[in-house]
Design a protein around this ligand. Structure first.
Ligand code: ADP
Length: 497
């Protein structure tokens, strides 16, 4: 073997190295110790020279050491010592301390030498112990996994939360803590996290669940922390049971829902009561109204010549008012009846509906010189007389709210995916956009009865009928530029006329 270096030369080199280094010969005799190594073990360098290395090995491990040492000499290579075992050094004062040792065989003039670099692990072990203690005492369940996803550490809270003893968990894949339906995806997600690790919450956009030993599940929230170590990237996860929070949130939601449901019920009840009242009031008012009308008419017919002009004027006014009141009562009665009728829906040809409405408008139509243009209209499922009511109100309004020129009313229908869209357009006075919603409320009018007579019920009737047919009604209009009333009705057949 060619000579390469002497112990003396080596000693000079290792003295300059900040690591503790001990050089032994093939028999385990200490050939050289640098100052750091001597200090680490509590000796002076001179004290150790010529002693066997076993002096630095704790008594309990000493017996087996020469055998291990000789094994190394027979197959020397650069490697860490005691793979998988915890190593300890023995100080001169008899105390032990954890160490890590790297072994390097060197061929010197004196033969084979083994250079051991010794690292004191006390500080690291202390930190590790402190970390473990902190994890153990944490009020949150904490689970540490190694790069392969194997559980290496769990704390007391994890045992409590998942119902396992720590020995049952250590060495298992972390997937045991996850419900089976999420397991297949998990290793992929884990790998993803390891490739881009940062402290963050897990599953921001998903609901996460933990699986107890007894098979039950519970909602959780997880915080992830990468932990770098010599053995690779570990992940420390903090797991919080959010059952209570979820339960409370659900409870709040339930309470809110319940309140909403009750408010809705109240509203429906009061709507129903209102309609009942409207029905009873208008129905019961009809008879006395009729007798008021007949008596006033009788009065004016029988005593006309005996009454002066003033009295006659009052009677005329009374007749007008009574007439108006009767119209109001009739409209109200009609409005309150919309939901009361239980007539089943039938196939209704909308062209016939328009014809009926036009016939009912009769005089108003001819007097105004109106022109009505009607496109092809479909057959829909509905309540025929109510649909006549809708068209009567819409066409009637189109004529009533006319501008200077004779009214032109266009009626059309258009097939959409699930319904028919109808339009009744006019060239009348139109209205400002701010009124577009309001006019469908009962009694809402934009005009003085002197200018345009009416009760403000017609469009409210239209809306109720359209709603009853599962549709919607709205207006598109501008002041002075006419109006287009649109409504939808669920329809199934092709236009027939
Ligand atoms: P009424 O016509 O009896 O007043 P409606 O409920 O039918 O009641 O209409 C409510 C209000 O909407 C009307 O007073 C009117 O101001 C406005 N309106 C309805 N139709 C039209 C229309 N075609 N053009 C302009 N304004 C209209």
């Amino acid at each position: 073997m060619p000579s390469t270096i002497t112990v003396a030369q080596l000693a000079t080199i290792i003295d300059a190295v900040p690591t503790a280094i001990v050089i032994v010969d093939g028999q385990g005799r200490i050939e050289s110790v640098n100052a750091q190594a001597a200090r680490l073990f509590g000796y002076t360098s001179g004290e150790l020279l010529g002693e066997t290395i076993e002096n630095l090995v704790p008594h309990r491990l000493r017996a087996q050491h020469p055998r291990l040492r000789e094994g190394y000499v027979h197959a020397p290579q650069t490697r860490p010592m005691g793979a998988g075992r915890d190593l300890f050094g023995l100080r001169k004062d008899g105390t032990e301390f954890p160490i890590e040792i790297g072994l390097n065989p060197i061929t010197a003039d004196e033969g084979l030498l083994v250079v051991s670099a010794i690292v004191d692990l006390s500080e690291r072990k202390r930190l590790e112990a402190r970390l473990r203690a902190a994890i153990e005492a944490a009020p949150t369940a904490m689970v540490m996994i190694d790069p392969a996803g194997t559980i290496v550490l769990v704390n007391a809270e994890t045992e409590r939360l998942f119902g396992y003893d720590r020995d049952e968990l250590r060495g298992q894949e972390v997937e045991v803590l996850i419900p089976p339906r999420f397991r297949a995806h998990h290793p992929g997600l884990r790998a993803q996290y390891l490739s881009l690790p940062e402290a963050r919450r897990m599953g921001e956009s998903r609901d996460l669940f933990g699986l107890r030993k007894d098979g039950s599940e519970f909602p959780i929230e997880i915080g992830l922390n990468p932990v770098e170590s010599d053995e690779g990237r570990f992940v420390l996860s903090a797991i919080v049971d959010i059952s209570e929070r979820t339960r409370q949130a659900n409870e709040t939601l339930w309470v809110a829902n319940e309140a909403l449901r009750r408010a809705n019920q109240d509203l429906e009840r009061s709507n129903l009561e209102l309609r009942r009242f409207a029905y009873i009031a208008s129905h019961d008012l009809q008879t006395p109204m009729r007798s008021v009308t007949s008596f006033v008419e009788l009065l004016s017919a029988t005593y006309a010549d005996r009454l002066d002009e003033q009295a006659q004027d009052w009677i005329r006014r009374t007749v007008r008012s009574v007439h108006q009141l009767r119209t109001l009562i009739q409209d109200l009665l009609e409005y309150s009846r919309i939901d009361a009728v239980e007539r089943p829906f039938e196939d209704v040809a909308m062209s016939g509906v328009v014809e009926d409405a036009l016939a009912l408008l009769g005089a108003a139509l001819s007097e105004s010189g109106a022109k009505v243009v009607c496109g092809a209209l479909p057959v829909v499922r509905g309540d025929r007389s109510q649909l006549v009511q809708v068209l009567l109100n819409l066409i009637g309004n189109a004529i009533k709210y006319r501008a200077a020129e004779p009214p032109l009313v266009t009626i059309s229908a258009e097939r959409r995916r699930d319904d028919w869209l109808f339009a009744v357009r006019d060239n009348g006075i139109g209205m400002e956009e701010k009124h577009h919603q309001r006019i469908f409320e009962i009694f809402q009018r934009l005009h003085d009865p002197q200018d345009y007579p009416g009760t403000g019920i017609g469009l409210a009737v239209c809306r109720r009928v359209v709603h009853r047919h599962g549709g919607r009604i709205w207006v598109e209009s501008e002041l002075g530029r006419g109006s287009a009333f649109h409504f939808t009705i669920a329809g199934r057949e092709a236009p027939t006329s």
